[in-house]
Design a protein around this ligand. Structure first.
Ligand code: NAD
Ligand code: 0WE
Length: 265
């Protein structure tokens, strides 16, 4: 019996084959889950449909998570299609490009509000919409980044939004624990995805981290996917409100040993 046999999973945030959400979809598919996809903008349909086909996914719906009516609609359709769901995956973030460069103190009011709306409030809204379909309990998860805890150059508004996302995870976990619904977040190391492609010097950041993590490498989408599988499955039945790191150990370090090994061991 596979880990997610008979489980139904709804995944938000697949853009293309590089998406973390696609790694999650593949890991959960391999574990026997029945999966539904939702994507954010109409232009992504041509990217997402072939991926859906690859996994035999027939539920593929557009949903801008900044629009309540679209959230209502996608969950109405999910109720028709699946009846109930067991797992909700939130893999969505957005900030204005100009807020991911330059000084944090330059952050605009509307850019800050937008990042919080799309990257944080959406988890609350999706969770609330999913509740009627999760009467038997379930597992909800989202994706975060260490820039929530420590300053990362240019992560800026997104760092503050991820701090709020992690706090949101704990408050939702406390609300929903009594209903048998667990809520967790995965803090992933940097991965080259569409969301990362737009970032100046992302390649440099990847190399910087990859040379210094305890594992001396970066992580990939499938490693995040397999941790998501653990969170979705009964293997994690006692785990809620947690931030789980899938970052090759980056977050445990206090000082990084440069590659040329100056501690002379
Ligand atoms: P991605 O671009 O593949 O995924 C981001 C998704 O958010 C896209 O599918 C995009 O369409 C969607 N989105 C944006 N605005 C939306 C809206 N209004 N409505 C619905 N969907 C919307 O990039 P990714 O790196 O896979 O990002 C997924 C998650 O992982 C994000 O929460 C991101 O912050 C997080 N994360 C990424 C990294 C990294 O280095 N790539 C590291 C840690 C955490
Ligand atoms: O969460 C993210 C990125 C999220 C993201 C990316 C973009 C790029 C294009 C949100 N909004 C946008 N808006 C756009 O217009 N990551 C964890 C990846 C990431 O982004 C960074 C990073 C890392 C790592 C930005 C600056 C510094 C480091």
């Amino acid at each position: 019996m596979k880990l997610l046999e008979g489980k139904k999973v709804l995944i938000f945030g697949i853009a293309n084959k590089h998406s973390i959400a696609w790694g999650i979809a593949r890991a959960m598919h391999e574990a026997g889950a029945e999966i539904g996809f939702s994507y954010g903008i109409p232009e992504l349909e041509k990217r997402v449909l072939p991926l859906a086909k690859e996994l035999g996914v027939t539920f593929v719906e557009k949903c801008d998570v900044g629009v309540d009516a679209e959230i209502d609609q996608v969950f109405a359709k999910a109720k028709e299609h699946f009846g109930t769901i067991d797992v909700l995956v939130h893999s969505v973030a957005f900030a204005k490009r100009e807020d991911l460069m330059s000084y944090f103190y330059e952050s605009s009011r509307d850019g800050f509000a937008l990042a919080m709306d799309i990257s944080v409030y959406s988890l609350i809204a999706l969770t609330r919409a999913a509740l009627p379909l999760m009467a038997e309990g379930g597992s909800i998860m989202s994706m975060t980044y260490y820039g929530s805890e420590k300053v990362m150059p240019n992560y800026n508004t997104m760092g503050v939004a991820k701090a709020a996302l992690e706090a949101t995870t704990r408050y939702l976990a406390a609300d929903l624990g009594p209903r048998g619904i667990r809520v967790n977040a995965i803090s992933a190391g940097p991965i080259k995805t569409l969301a990362a492609a737009g970032i100046t010097n992302f390649r440099k950041m990847l190399n910087y981290a990859g040379e210094r993590t305890p594992l001396r490498r970066n992580v990939d989408q499938m490693e995040v996917g397999r941790t998501a599988l653990y969170l979705a499955s009964d293997l994690s039945s006692g785990v809620t409100g947690e931030i789980i790191y899938v970052d090759a150990g980056y977050n445990i370090m206090g000082m990084f040993e440069p590659p040329e090994n100056w501690t002379a061991r």
